[in-house]
Write a protein that binds this ligand. Structure first.
Ligand code: NAD
Length: 260
């Protein structure tokens, strides 16, 4: 159980991040939500997470491509209950296009959000974990941190680099009861993936059905999407004391995609 602990989950207004927020909240952690979205929809999310729980569910709207807003987010999170125990760097975006046509501003935004934001949050969050002599950092990488696919230059580069950053952080805090790992999911049917279907169909000149069957589920040996619940349960295990020695690891949940 995570009663009394404070967990910041970035990009938790949707998809995998929201699933992790729900899971950690159900285990008693105070939750800091972050991400984009309509104010009323986010208020409804807060209310639904808070239902039946004694823990608090707060929201901060920081745009994580801006280091100043990241600083505000970390201080907001740590000040809420005087501690910050769990950091899940989950916010991420994708863009699908051939490398020669890849828009430069998309490249920069993907690197800023998928990679640099995790550096900015971790460097500010670790001192609060040190104070309590306990911490968990979970970076949401991807199977694309381990293998590549065409037309995803910025995403694959950002996730490979995030894997490297996770290992460095793990080594630096290893003796302080703080762990840092990268979860590497295969395809999960979230809004991020839904948006990619049309772009991938265009980039490869194939149908939507073929994108799902051949491109997305083709390499996933189980031939089914990974679920949000599977990732959330694994993230919660990484937050348990049973996972004290799991650190610096790149952990695939990908239906044997990267076993090929
Ligand atoms: P999603 O689009 O459902 O959620 C992304 C979240 O990030 C949302 O809450 C969004 O508001 C937030 N976000 C976007 N831009 C932001 C910004 N500038 N600042 C703050 N928050 C911002 O996507 P998802 O599929 O749940 O992806 C979550 C993470 O999991 C990403 O890092 C993604 O790369 C990774 N991942 C997803 C899959 C998949 O198949 N869905 C597979 C592997 C890894």
């Amino acid at each position: 159980m995570l009663t009394g602990k404070v967990a910041l989950i970035t990009g938790s207004t949707s998809g995998i991040g929201l699933g992790i927020a729900k899971k950690l909240s159900s285990q008693g952690a105070h939750i800091i939500l972050n991400g984009m979205g309509e104010k009323t929809a986010i208020q409804a999310l807060q209310a639904s997470l808070q239902k039946d729980c004694n823990n608090s569910v707060l929201f901060h709207p920081a745009d994580l491509t801006d280091p100043n807003q990241i600083e505000e987010l970390i201080h907001f999170s740590a000040n809420a209950h005087g501690r910050l125990d769990i950091l899940v760097n989950n916010a991420g975006i994708q863009h699908v296009a051939p490398v020669c046509d890849f828009p430069i501003e998309k490249w920069q935004k993907i690197i800023d959000l998928n990679l640099s934001a995790a550096f900015y949050t971790a460097r500010l969050a670790i001192p609060f974990m040190r104070e309590k002599k306990w911490g968990r950092i979970i970076n949401m990488a991807s199977a694309h941190a381990l293998v590549a696919s065409p037309f995803k230059s910025a995403y694959v580069a950002s996730k490979h680099a995030l894997a490297g950053l996770s290992k460095v952080i793990a080594l630096e805090v290893a003796e302080e009861n703080i762990t840092c790992n990268a979860i590497c999911p295969g395809y999960v049917h979230t809004p991020l993936v839904d948006q990619q279907i049309d772009d991938t169909a265009k980039a490869r000149g194939i149908s939507r059905e073929s994108v799902i069957k051949d491109v997305m589920l083709g390499p996933q040996a189980t031939k089914k999407f990974v679920t949000i619940e599977e990732i959330a349960s694994f993230a919660s295990f990484l937050c348990s004391d049973a996972a004290d020695s799991i650190t610096g690891a790149l952990l695939p949940i990908d239906g044997a995609w990267t076993s090929h």
